[in-house]
Ligand binder design. Structure first.
Ligand SMILES: NC(=O)c1ccc[n+]([C@@H]2O[C@H](COP(=O)([O-])OP(=O)(O)OC[C@H]3O[C@@H](n4cnc5c(N)ncnc54)[C@H](O)[C@@H]3O)[C@@H](O)[C@H]2O)c1
Ligand SMILES: [Zn+2]
Ligand SMILES: [Zn+2]
Length: 396
């Protein structure tokens, strides 16, 4: 290992590729650990969650090394690692989880109780998530490796499907979790808000779970066109502020069985301005009585760039009485990736889930990350995958 480099958040609108320290077997508080591995990063993706930070909409400090969507090769391991070997190719759930606490034991690894001094839940390269160093880099350290990592058995097969496998670290399980939590099953009528990568992954998940109709709403014409190209019903929200009417044009009814919020707190309203609660309120309106709403879209406890003082503290103007009257269920939070990634890997390896094409994966070099961030921020219908060692480019 030599010459580590990573993508560093420098302040609103600015990321840079810089030389960074080589990873160490060390927790963020400086404790030495033996349960970790060091990975040579094969792929690491840019996420809408990163964009919230890079747009200056969180309290992320300048100097943060970004990156929570990581696939890599084990190049070093600590003395306590028993189930992984040098050379293994592994998918890293974006959650840092200890595997030992109460919530980890019930597979709620998105809210591990021990890996973050200030709240439940840890992640790599993310504000408020415990200070674990990000993996948009050449090398990264992953703690509790036996518990966290998913080994991709066959190296050649792994590299053959690497563009799909790279989506297992976050967006595919996240979309799948959204669909599961919304109660999607055979014959469901489903609405997904947001045609970004998470929305497309949720739609793909709804389809594999047997949904009868999968609609995706957005304002972004390129993303709607792409969603339609890969087989979903695109709902152009600029046509009307009455979502129920737009849905009825497709299904004949203004209600759906299941709704998934793949937008989060930077949601926009019909007229273009930001309305952080609009997706949640619309979902209560369009979801049937006793239906469920999956909410992978991110909501924050502090938003320095919010439209009003309440929203700056994460308080939104929700019409909660409507959801209550309809006896709806709401499911929020960081996705517990390792509840789903093994099964989804099988779906990928057996050709049942061409997720890279569905999200329009675009592989770029680590050096081009700033350009990737900018293009993604402008709403490109693409999911950017960084290839820090040229391993994907060379395998192609
Ligand atoms: N829960 C988790 O574990 C988890 C994991 C990954 C991502 N996320 C979150 O999921 C969300 C989506 O991620 P992404 O990478 O697809 O982001 P993205 O920013 O690429 O996509 C969001 C899309 O929502 C659209 N949009 C804005 N207002 C809308 C509205 N009112 N109705 C419908 N669409 C609207 C935008 O035009 C954009 O295309 C983000 O908030 C991200 O932080 C959560
Ligand atoms: Zn992500
Ligand atoms: Zn734990």
């Amino acid at each position: 290992m030599s010459g580590n480099k990573g993508v560093v958040y420098m302040g609103p609108g600015k990321v840079e590729v810089q030389s960074i320290a080589d990873p160490k077997f060390e927790a963020p508080d400086g404790r030495k650990i033996e349960h970790g591995v060091i990975l040579k990063v094969i792929t690491t993706n840019i996420c809408g969650s990163d964009q919230h930070m890079v747009r200056g909409r969180t309290t992320a400090p300048a100097g943060l090394v970004l990156g929570h969507e990581i696939t890599g090769e084990v190049v070093e391991k600590g003395a306590d690692v028993e189930m992984l070997d040098i050379g293994d190719i592994v998918s890293v759930p974006f959650n840092v989880a200890c595997g030992r606490c109460r919530t980890c034991k019930s597979q709620d690894t998105g809210v591990c109780l021990t890996v973050n001094g200030s709240r439940a839940g840890g992640a790599y390269g993310y504000v408020d998530m415990g200070g674990w160093i990000g993996g948009q880099a050449r090398y990264v350290m992953v703690p509790y490796a036996d518990f966290n990592l998913l080994k991709i058995g066959d190296r050649d097969r792994a590299m053959e499907r690497i563009r799909d496998i790279t989506m297992l670290s976050d967006i595919l399980p996240t979309g799948f979790h959204g669909a599961m939590m919304a109660g999607v099953g055979v014959g469901s009528i489903v609405y997904v808000a947001g045609a970004g990568p998470v929305g497309l992954a949720a739609a793909a998940s709804a389809r594999i779970l047997g949904a009868a109709v999968v609609m995706i709403g957005d304002f972004n014409k390129d993303r709607l066109q792409h969603a339609s190209n890969v087989g979903f019903e695109a709902v152009d929200l600029s046509q009307s502020d009455r979502l129920g009417d737009l849905i009825a044009q497709i299904t004949g009814s203004n209600e759906v069985d299941a709704a998934i919020d793949a937008v989060g707190f930077e949601a926009r309203g019909h007229t273009g301005g930001e309305q952080p609660a609009i997706v949640l309120n619309q979902m209560m309106e369009i979801t049937r009585a006793a239906g469920s709403i999956g909410i992978p879209g991110l909501y924050v406890t502090e938003d320095p760039g919010a439209v009003d003082d309440a929203a700056k503290q994460g308080s939104l103007s929700l019409r909660f009485g409507l959801g209550w009257a309809k006896a709806q269920s709401f499911h929020t939070g960081q996705t517990p990736v390792l509840k789903y990634n093994r099964q989804l890997l099988q779906a990928i390896l057996h050709g049942r889930l061409p997720i890279a094409d569905i999200v329009n994966a675009k592989v770029i070099s680590l050096e081009d990350a700033p350009k990737g961030y900018e293009t993604f921020d402008h709403g490109a219908a693409q999911k950017f995958v960084l290839d820090p060692h040229g391993m994907v480019a060379n395998a192609a």
